[in-house]
Design a protein around this ligand. Structure first.
Ligand SMILES: Cc1ncc(COP(=O)(O)OP(=O)(O)O)c(N)n1
Ligand SMILES: Cc1nc(C(=O)O)sc1CCOP(=O)(O)O
Ligand SMILES: [Mg+2]
Length: 208
């Protein structure tokens, strides 16, 4: 199955006090991948929240991805997303098996993307495309990179970084399969608006 659609990424600060309600609202609007991104070292809370997300994702037939932590992903039987400083991809692919979704951050580098594909990445993520309040210091990427990536790579292409309903259309026009979004989705004022935003992202991607 080709991965294409909205890739919702959680943020523990932004979602404090409304974590599951906002995630469920997004799933209600349609989410292809949900990433649990929690940069804290509170292992017990991370396990509890990741298990709750796995249960929600099963109900909505959405694939759960754990950021950074292959051990937690293996424990829950879900996918993982690894950045360039999160360790080598090949052993993680071996740990999780050939069916697992394993994503790789490639910043603005086709070389990193080709290497990630060779090591077994299921998708490659480029970014950041716009200013991001979630990760302001992430290196920047541009639309030309996407055109070259579309020609050279044969895995789904994910874009991340400051993506909103207002700026996402050119990314889709340049061949992006997955729109990875934190603030542009979960920065909404209500669960109803999270669901509306998720549906609108899917419309941009011509999903359903
Ligand atoms: C879909 C997606 N793309 C990129 C990232 C960033 O990963 P990384 O560079 O490891 O940074 P952190 O997210 O771990 O701070 C991502 N998480 N998801
Ligand atoms: C986690 C992350 N990684 C990025 C990268 O460029 O690798 S940008 C980013 C933050 C995405 O959040 P928002 O949609 O709120 O900008
Ligand atoms: Mg990481």
């Amino acid at each position: 199955m080709k991965l294409r659609g909205l890739y919702a990424v959680t943020d523990s600060q932004l979602l404090a006090g409304k974590f599951l309600a906002y995630v469920e609202a997004a799933l209600e609007g349609g989410v292809t991948l949900l990433q649990y991104r929690d940069k804290s070292s509170d292992e017990a809370r991370r396990l509890r929240e990741a298990e709750a997300l796995r249960n929600l994702c099963e109900r909505y037939k959405t694939q759960l991805i754990i950021n950074d932590d292959a051990e937690l992903a293996a424990r829950l039987g879900v996918g993982v997303h690894l950045g360039q400083t999160d360790g080598p991809l090949a052993p993680v692919r071996a740990l999780l098996g050939h069916k697992a979704i394993v994503g790789s951050t490639c910043h603005a580098s086709l070389e990193l993307a080709e290497q990630a594909v060779n090591e077994g990445a299921s998708y490659v993520a480029f970014g950041r495309f716009f200013n991001s309040s979630t990760k302001p210091g992430a290196p920047s990427a541009n639309l030309e990179l996407l055109e070259q990536a579309r020609i050279k790579l044969h895995v789904p292409i994910c874009a991340i970084g400051g993506i909103t309903l207002e700026n996402a259309a050119p990314l889709v026009a340049h061949g992006v399969d997955l729109l990875a979004v934190v603030h542009g989705l979960f920065g909404a004022d209500s669960t109803a608006d999270v669901t509306r935003r998720a549906r609108a992202f899917n419309d941009l991607l011509h999903i359903k």
